[in-house]
Write a protein that binds this ligand. Sequence first.
Ligand code: HEC
Length: 344
Amino acid sequence: MIGRLLTGVLGLASGLLSGTTANAQDTAPDFRSEILPILERSCFDCHQAPRRDADGRLRKPKGGLRLDGPSHFRAGGDNGAVLVAGQPDESPLYARTVLPPDDIDIMPEDGDPLSDAETALLRRWIDGGASFGDWQGSDAAGDQAERVAESIPLPSAQSRARAAEGLSPLAQSKLGKALGEHGRAEALDPERRLFRIHFAAHQDQVTDQTLKALTPVAEHVFTLDLRRTALTDRAVPDLLRFGRLHRLELGRTALTSKALAKLAQFEHLEDLVLVGTKGCDDAVLDALVEARPLRQLYVWGSSVTEQGLRRFATARPDVRVVAAPPLPPPPARDDDDAPPRRRR
Ligand code: HEC
């Protein structure tokens, strides 16, 4: 009897063991479709690139940890590595999500803990080697210049107040529908009339169709970040429907010179970021001479020439043109008093 019981238990145990191994090796969850959505929903708010909030305050990633590109997972946080492939229990990225709900170290720091199904997926992903597949997130951006552009302050509170005039608050349901699967929105005013829209770590999946789906809420979009998206020239008519846009980022897109020249038609566009956009040449600069509201233009890594820049500067001395990557800003000290960031 005891013998049979024991055999049964052992059988069960070895079944479980082999089951786990098979899972880890054969069916490790796919990062992009199964893991990324969990992190986006529960972690990104506190663990992404430094950015300015609506009040112009710099929000740095908490604990020095960013989760918006594979290199950032590898770099870890202020206390070192967060991800050890094959070893979930040694990986704070997982281990801190399965602490008791009242433990002060549990992640996410605020809000609901991850569900058992979510932590199980995370565990299996790390068990199975923690592969990111083809996901590059913000790593694709690569150069430091673009990261500097991320922390450029938003247009002034004054232009925001002016832009919100006559707008009523935007219903969450309508916004949610327009954003689709990958769009993210941050309200820039307490009444939720104006928004900053971006696509977090999914830029490469943003197409002309994504932009078209966003047009029902176009007048509420104050800043639109489309850098590194798969947008084509055919999206430009839809783009021009975002009549209250004050800041537009189209860096590293494949838009051509002819399409980019049409951006001069925006009536309120103050900041235009075309970093690394090869279609941006002197013809685009010549067209932008007519863009009256323009205040700042970022064109490093594009195809503009010295000559084109000189011509533009003569015609529009009021526009600040940034044609070379600026030096990185000094380490910001206006957020939490985190310990100095560990270097890889
Ligand atoms: C509301 C903000 C917030 C959210 C959401 C959040 N975190 Fe954190 N996280 C923090 C803060 C603050 C710290 C630094 C203090 C600490 O370590 O507790 C931190 C630190 C960490 C660290 C340690 C980094 C280091 O090296 O010190 C890990 C790992 C981590 N978080 C993982 C996650 C994961 C995984 C999620 C999502 C499941 C998540 N966090 C969601 C605020 C947050």
